[in-house]
Design a protein around this ligand. Structure first.
Ligand code: ADE
Length: 287
């Protein structure tokens, strides 16, 4: 249920992470709070219009006042609510730790792979508790067409922003459970596994977007070096918060720069083509 029909043509959903609780340069049209079979989303969803009148939907992953911990984010409700508005592509933002020297706090990254350390802990499927057995394809956990489009457009936006923020590509993100940060030993283990970034939020979000046939990509904003560097301090929440504000300002600039073109790209359909209809062969036949 949405409050009225004006919400129907929202193609792009934005999920804001820690530090990103609203977007700039947008006109708020209405706020909707759809109740889904999985409850209410993390925050009421702001339907905003860009200069051209194009609409986007924004949801704050941790609530508008950062009151929802990563372990209990109602991801199924968030994805279902965005889907109910007609959203077909999600641009998600998340603060992450860096597991690589060259990914300096303040840099951005668009990952293409995930290692799941939340498996079995968080509800991660719309089919859980139903009589349907479904195995979504997840070898490429992000929408690669959307990712490749973003690499170009976010890169341009960061260059235009002019504060030297580097964009890293083809990175692997570890999604850990939390709420505590990793130990030094875990942090080093994740590096040995090939992890480049670490957060607590990309899953189950990316899995649920795939089940909902929504194209999904993550813009990861590095806040810290986690705890692997031998002669450095381990990560603290204070350290994360210090980098957050600058990252959020950059993220807002990036969003304002690319959303119009992203809507057009989604309308033309190419960046959606891998996900649309992808669940068709994922449901196991019953005997
Ligand atoms: N989010 C931001 N920094 C993080 C870190 N070091 N580990 C897990 N999640 C994070």
């Amino acid at each position: 249920h949405t409050s009225n029909m004006t919400s129907k043509d929202v193609l792009i959903g934005v999920i804001g992470g820690t530090g990103l609780y609203h977007l700039d340069n947008l006109t708020l049209i209405e706020t909707v709070n759809p109740e889904t079979p999985w409850g209410y989303p993390s925050s009421p969803i702001a339907i905003c219009s860009l200069k051209s009148g194009t609409k986007v939907a924004f949801v704050a992953r941790h609530g508008r006042h950062h009151n929802i911990s990563p372990s209990v984010v109602p991801s199924r409700a968030n994805i279902a609510a965005l889907k109910s508005l007609g959203v077909r592509a999600i641009l998600a933002f998340s603060s992450v730790g860096s597991l690589r020297e060259e990914i300096v706090p303040g840099h951005f990254a668009i990952p293409t792979q995930i290692i799941d350390r939340t498996k079995g802990i968080r509800p991660a499927s719309f089919f859980e508790g139903t009589a349907v057995v479904a195995h979504a394809t997840f070898g490429e956990p992000f929408s690669l067409k959307l990712v490749r489009w973003l690499e170009v457009e976010v890169g341009k936006a960061l260059k235009a922003h002019g504060n030297g923020v580097v964009l890293h590509k083809d990175k692997c993100i570890i999604c850990m459970e939390g709420p505590q940060f990793s130990t030094r030993a875990e942090s080093m283990m994740y590096r040995s596994w090939g992890g480049d970034l670490i957060n607590m939020s990309v899953l189950p979000e990316a899995k649920l977007a795939r089940e909902a046939e929504i194209s999904y990509a993550l813009i990861a904003t590095a806040t810290d070096y986690d705890s692997w560097r031998p002669h450095s301090e381990v990560v603290t929440a204070t350290q994360v918060v210090q980098t957050l504000r600058a990252n959020a300002d950059t993220a807002k600039f990036v969003a304002a720069s690319i959303l119009e073109d992203l809507h057009v790209a989604a309308l033309q359909g190419d960046i959606l083509s891998e996900e649309t209809g992808s669940m068709k062969y994922s449901i196991m036949p019953r005997h």
